[in-house]
Design a protein around this ligand. Structure first.
Ligand code: ATP
Ligand code: MG
Length: 390
């Protein structure tokens, strides 16, 4: 008998008339994610997306793990399908959950019935199947209040499903259902987390990395590609834009006062990101900035950094502590790669005494020797795109 996956939809069940649009997106994301694992029938019904294998060889472990990285589901359940008779349900539970019964000291059965024409009530199903299971596993006590094992039975239109504890889903909204954004991805700990958090809210991501060869090495670039690959199972297929930044940084070093290096550099990043965003139909720029973390992340510095653009700058980490950010980085698997010791372009030519409260007029004056438009165009003309797919 083949397992199936039941993916329980999250927030989108609260959507009104446009719920179908979100659901279609969710189903197409699941199809894309499962395509390289095997052949599955994938469809939505009753606030659930079903993933049914179409071949015996389908790797259900891989499908289960993949499903847990798809935004839009609150729970991921692996279940066995069977006929809708209490006997068939009992037989399935006995075989399918034998391991769980061997470990548990107590159990209960919980039934749900979305097939309202079914001849038994949920309580009757629980009692009948519970009685049979109790006979089959006499050493496991029935405990309806605080059982170690809950046997879940769902009776739906086409079949009954037996499963034990649901695993937590990734939460959030289907990627692509809330537009697109450019996300500034450095090799650090923060920006993979801000990228992940934005994708979680249903945003398709275009990661952008600024690369200052030879001040930063090929290894630093590879690290960012690796981070994007770790993010791809969550974010979906992405086009990583690698922007050459060396000339801009050298111009700043040669022509601007040192105390403004960082903030001027960051204004260039913002301008270039806006251009990419407008080109690719993105609604925002995302950064991994967190209030007060470094000199360029004060409110005043943020204001000056975003001043050259009109597009919103989203900062999902703005009020998070480093400790909280690291917790997420570990959970999503980016932390170990982020801490590899390669330089980021932000650490090249860092001023000894950066201005923490830069004033806009002073910064404009400081950047006035530069051919801003020319430098932006030059960088845009030499972008290297890397397709990151799962
Ligand atoms: P991170 O851990 O993400 O590198 P950070 O605390 O080191 O963050 P900064 O280096 O000041 O902070 O950068 C702040 C934000 O600017 C980053 O989170 C990222 O969004 C963006 N950023 C910095 N450097 C780059 C880069 N080389 N390419 C793309 N974005 C960058
Ligand atoms: Mg950084």
């Amino acid at each position: 008998m083949n397992d199936i996956l039941l993916l329980k939809q999250g927030e989108i069940v609260l959507k009104g008339l446009n719920r179908r649009v979100f659901e279609d997106k969710l189903v197409s994301n699941v199809r894309r994610r499962m395509a390289h694992i095997g052949k599955f029938k994938i469809y939505a019904a009753q606030s659930t997306v079903y993933v049914e294998p179409l071949e015996e060889s389908a790797d259900m472990d891989a499908a289960f793990e993949a499903a847990r990285q798809i935004f839009g589901f609150v729970a991921v359940v692996r279940a066995a399908a069977c006929e809708k008779t209490p006997e068939a349900i009992f037989e399935t539970a006995r075989r399918y959950l034998a391991g769980d019964f061997a470990r548990a000291k107590s159990f209960k059965v919980e039934s749900k019935r979305s097939d309202k024409a079914y001849p038994m009530t949920s309580i009757q199903v629980s009692q009948t199947v519970g009685g049979l299971l109790s006979d089959a596993f006499p050493e496991v006590a029935v405990d309806v209040h605080d059982p170690e094992l809950t046997v879940n039975i769902e009776i739906r239109e086409t079949a009954a499903y037996v499963h034990s504890v649901p695993a937590l889903g990734a939460g959030g909204m289907p990627v692509g259902s809330c537009g697109s954004a450019v996300s500034m991805l450095s090799g650090g700990i923060d920006s993979p987390v801000s990228t992940w958090m934005t994708a979680k809210r249903g945003v398709h991501i275009i990661p952008v990395h600024f690369f200052s060869f030879p001040y930063t090495s090929e290894l630093a670039k590879q690290k960012v590609i690796d981070l994007a690959k770790i993010l791809a199972p969550w974010c979906g297929r992405m086009k990583l834009e690698i922007v050459p930044f060396t000339h801009i940084q050298e111009e700043i070093r040669d022509k601007c006062p040192e105390e403004y290096f960082t903030v001027i550099m960051r204004r260039f990043m913002t301008r270039i990101c806006e251009r990419i965003a407008l080109r690719d139909n993105c609604g925002a720029i995302v950064t991994g900035e967190s209030l007060g973390q470094v000199a360029s992340q004060t409110m005043q510095a943020m204001a000056v950094t975003q001043e050259p653009v009109r597009i919103p700058v989203l900062r999902p980490l703005v009020c998070m502590d480093k400790r909280e950010i690291i917790e997420i980085a570990r959970k999503i698997g980016t932390f170990e790669t982020s801490i590899l010791p390669y330089e980021d372009c932000c650490t090249v030519f860092t001023p000894r005494h950066p201005r923490t409260k830069p004033r806009l007029e002073e910064v404009r004056e400081a950047e006035s020797p530069l051919d801003v438009d020319g430098l932006v165009e030059e960088a845009l003309a030499h972008i290297e795109s890397v397709i990151i797919s799962k």
